[in-house]
Write a new protein. Structure first.
Length: 167
């Protein structure tokens, strides 16, 4: 089983796309929220959560924008219940998390998957925004595990626009 991320984050949303023999993991965080509700509009946050959904801002009429394809995973946020893409989101998204958390999400990849590409669209964590030789993340970090022959370095800091492929 491939374990794509173990992280202590401020705000993070990741989605995974499966294309033939290729997987894309994309992340976004901080406080930008789409103006359009991609889910349903519910009366309030409780109604959304009672329907098993995740709150994503407000609808134009003052109702709550609720996406019921998201499933709550307790203290580590939610996972979007779809095959392509699969989303991972931190608790309190898009707000920053005001406490320490460690989350592990796992993917089981098909045998024909030959690479993993991670695109972070808008992700902010504590730490350096670049990765000089010998530098390490001290608090918040995104870690990839499960490779048979090597372990990629931990990622931290402002990862907005960062993209990497792992074979």
């Amino acid at each position: 089983m491939f374990n794509p991320s173990k992280f202590n984050v401020l705000s993070l949303l990741c989605h995974v796309l499966f294309w033939n023999n290729f997987v894309t993991v994309t992340g976004t965080g901080t406080s930008s929220v789409s103006q359009t509700c991609s889910g349903i509009c519910t009366r309030d946050q409780n109604e959304c959560k009672n329907q098993g959904g995740k709150v994503f801002g407000s609808c134009e009429n003052g109702y709550t924008c609720c996406d019921t394809t998201w499933k709550d995973t307790s203290s580590c946020g939610a996972i979007k219940a779809s095959k392509n893409p699969v989303y991972f989101v931190s608790p309190d998204y898009p707000a920053f998390i005001g406490r320490d958390i460690v989350c592990t999400f796992g993917l089981t990849l098909a045998e024909d998957v030959v690479a993993v590409r991670i695109d972070f669209l808008d992700v902010e964590m504590d730490g350096l925004s670049y990765f000089p030789r010998g530098a390490s993340c001290e608090s918040d970090m995104f870690i990839l595990k499960g490779f048979k022959t090597w372990t990629p370095p931990s990622l931290c800091g402002n990862l907005t626009g960062y993209s990497s492929k792992y074979l």
